[in-house]
Design a protein around this ligand. Structure first.
Ligand code: PGA
Length: 256
């Protein structure tokens, strides 16, 4: 059975102090290994080191929100895979819709980042998702196919074993509008079939596919209860322990 992953994407939020308090609360409430639930937090770069102090020795994993594909050198403002490893990251989010639509990242850039992260030993949370206009035009699956093909270009099944997919419909991110459980399941089922046709049926049954977009304590259980939904990538509700812990608990309950 696939394990659940509940991931918090803090985006450009928290201070050092509020981030440390949040991480300490999560570390104290992290599920035991036998709960079948992994928990991940992705703070802003400057807080990775102090947050690592709070999560180390706990079951909470640490991730970054982005990474650059070059190993090092004259790339002002960028951060390399080895730097993330050096400060204790096991995961990195790549291709988040805000990187795609605010920063203009292309599938080609995302693919380079995915390859560099996997080669460097990080687990990648690769985000895909359609705009409202894509959905209204009936293009959701075509957009997802394009983002999957672009992001995973020239990536073998062995390499893809270090990838978690996050389906995040752009119209549901930070809007308070959540995809219905049926909409989420339909997209997840489609993504799993895409993985089966690109790789193998067996691999498609293993890969974790998270849902993201206005996940909250009151909708987490029904969303994660869908057969092809293996967890959540949570933005707003990951910033408060009393909202994020109930989402972790919903995954715990489903995996019991
Ligand atoms: P949200 O963000 O939970 O605030 O909608 C999700 C995300 O962007 O990962």
């Amino acid at each position: 059975m696939r394990r659940f992953l509940v991931a918090g994407n803090w985006k450009m939020n928290t201070t050092r102090a509020t981030g440390e308090d949040l991480a300490a609360a999560l570390a104290a409430n992290a599920p035991a290994a036998e709960d079948g639930v992994e928990v991940l937090v992705c703070p802003p770069y400057p807080y990775l080191v102090p947050i690592a102090d709070k999560t180390s020795g706990s079951a909470v994993s640490l991730g970054a929100q982005d990474v650059y594909f070059e190993a090092g050198g004259a790339f002002t403002g960028e951060v390399a895979v080895d730097m993330l490893k050096d400060v204790g990251c096991s995961h990195v989010i790549i291709g988040h819709s805000e990187r795609r639509h605010v920063m203009g990242e292309t599938d080609e850039t995302i693919n380079k980042k995915v390859k560099a992260a996997i080669a460097g030993g990080l687990t990648v949370v690769l985000c895909v998702g359609e705009l409202l206009s894509d959905r209204e035009a009936g293009n959701t699956e075509a957009i997802l196919d394009g983002q999957m093909a672009g992001g995973l270009a020239d990536i073998s099944e062995a390499e893809a074993a270090s990838i978690v997919i996050a389906y995040e419909p752009v119209w549901a991110i930070g809007t308070g509008v959540t995809a219905s459980p049926e909409q989420a399941e339909s997209a997840h089922e489609h993504l799993r079939k895409w993985v089966a046709s690109r790789y193998t049926d067996a691999f498609s049954e293993q890969i974790q596919i998270l849902y993201g977009g206005s996940v909250k304590p009151d909708n987490a259980e029904v969303l994660m209860g869908q057969p092809n939904v293996d967890g959540a990538l949570v933005g707003g509700a990951s910033l408060k322990a009393d909202l994020f812990i109930p989402i972790i608990d919903a995954a715990r309950k489903l995996s019991a």
